[in-house]
Design a protein around this ligand. Structure first.
Ligand SMILES: [Zn+2]
Length: 411
């Protein structure tokens, strides 16, 4: 197959992509179609590797308002509302909702998803559903599952046993929630337990770390230290880290040295955290988004995630990562032109590094996974919310959108 005239970021002029046996074999200008070869002319549109959703909770999608709406808008009321909804979960209920969202995600060009699944449930219902979906959806989306202890590891009955059970059942990554544990000691102990479990099982790690406006919430230093000592930094991710927004600068500068040495990844969820954080402030109100600009400038890997889609923590959302990038750029004040132009990395290459993906990117020899946007470059794609007109996975078309036409009658 030959995809003609795509624009690649950072490259002058357009190129053609030849795909054979589900992989890229040539990426060059002006390739000639072979007799009988299937072709499509992209007419200069931007091609990117598929979007990577690096942080979402698929088990709770589409449950907003069930049984009640989160009216305070706080993280903690969200956890209460979810705790009520969780009692009514069934495997089929989870599967039905996740299939709907996965189709939406695929239509937006997402092909890789890291989902956190609440394992503070003695039945592990959502986890069983997601493990089955990981196989069912494999031709459309690569799912990575994190064992996420929503109500704590040491603060929830049999929390440690449930984490071990989830690891036995085949999760891809181990989570933790240090800021939600009852005490500082539980916070540190739960992180040590989670890091050892991930190390011993050879699993990835992704911790909900310091998702609170409390400047004294310092799970991150423990996580980064264990990652450094265990030599597993690039396999470890700290998600949210919203307390970092409120850290004093003297502490942050000291911490930054450790973070750089540890090599851990960060995920920021700018839309949901601007909505959830600062809720106990009157005015001025903190934004509560982690220091994306400073971490990025220090050479630390940061990606952006959606976190929630129409659930107790976010009443809106579709899984379109363009919304997340746009919001993230504004709220982190990364609005210099080069920062905008390169911001696709937050939901492509940086996120792929967080997920530890192999063979990701539009390069000869890699699986032919890519998307084509209805825009000549990323800045226009962001500005005009350009749809992903085509999404290919291993050379196969998995999603297609016809761009809307606009007409204006004036003068
Ligand atoms: Zn989350």
């Amino acid at each position: 197959m030959l995809i003609q005239n795509v624009t690649l970021p950072g490259r002058e002029g357009s190129v053609d992509l030849r795909i054979s046996d589900a992989c890229f074999t040539h990426i060059e200008p002006n390739l000639t179609a072979e007799p009988g070869e299937e072709t499509w002319d992209a007419e200069g549109r931007l091609a990117l590797p598929p979007f990577v959703e690096s942080h979402i909770h698929l088990d709770s999608v589409l449950t907003a308002g069930e049984p009640k709406w989160n009216m305070s808008g706080t993280l903690f009321e969200g956890i209460e509302r979810w705790s009520e909804r969780k009692k009514t979960l069934s495997v089929e209920d989870v599967k039905t909702r996740v299939r709907r969202v996965a189709r939406d995600q695929a239509s937006f060009g997402v092909q890789y998803v890291r989902t956190h699944v609440d394992v503070t449930d003695p039945e592990l219902t959502a986890l069983r559903a997601l493990l089955e979906l990981r196989d069912e959806l494999a031709d459309l989306i690569t799912l990575q599952i994190v064992a996420f202890p929503q109500e704590g590891i040491d603060s929830f009955p049999n929390g440690r046993d449930l984490m071990v059970k989830a690891a036995d059942m085949g999760v891809d990554a181990i989570g933790a929630i240090p800021h939600f544990e009852f005490t500082r000691e539980y916070s540190v102990d739960s992180l040590n337990f989670a890091c050892e479990l991930a190390r011993d099982r050879g699993l990835l790690m992704d911790v909900h770390c310091d998702e609170i406006d409390d400047e004294a919430s310092r799970g991150l230093e423990t996580l980064a230290t264990r990652a450094l000592e265990f030599g597993m930094g690039e396999k470890v991710t700290a998600s949210h880290t919203t307390a970092m927004h409120s850290y004093n600068n003297a502490y942050f500068v000291r911490l930054l040295r450790l973070l750089t040495m540890s090599g851990i990844n960060f995920v920021s969820n700018p839309m949901v955290n601007t909505h959830l954080q600062g809720r106990m402030d009157t005015y001025p109100k903190r934004r509560g988004v982690t220091r994306v600009k400073e971490l990025t400038e220090a050479g630390i890997n940061v990606s952006f995630g959606t976190d929630d889609i129409r659930d107790p923590w976010n009443p809106l959302g579709t899984g379109n990562l363009r919304d997340v990038v746009l919001n993230g750029l504004y709220v982190t004040q990364m609005m210099g032109y080069p920062q905008i132009a390169e911001s696709y990395n937050f939901v492509t290459h940086n996120a792929a590094r967080t997920l530890h993906l192999d063979n990701y990117g539009i390069e000869v020899g890699n699986p032919a996974r890519f998307i084509v946007l209805d825009a000549p470059n990323w800045v226009e794609a962001l500005n005009f919310n350009a749809p992903v007109v085509r999404s290919y996975r291993d050379g196969k078309l998995v999603a297609k959108t016809e761009p809307a036409t606009r007409e204006v009658y004036w003068g």
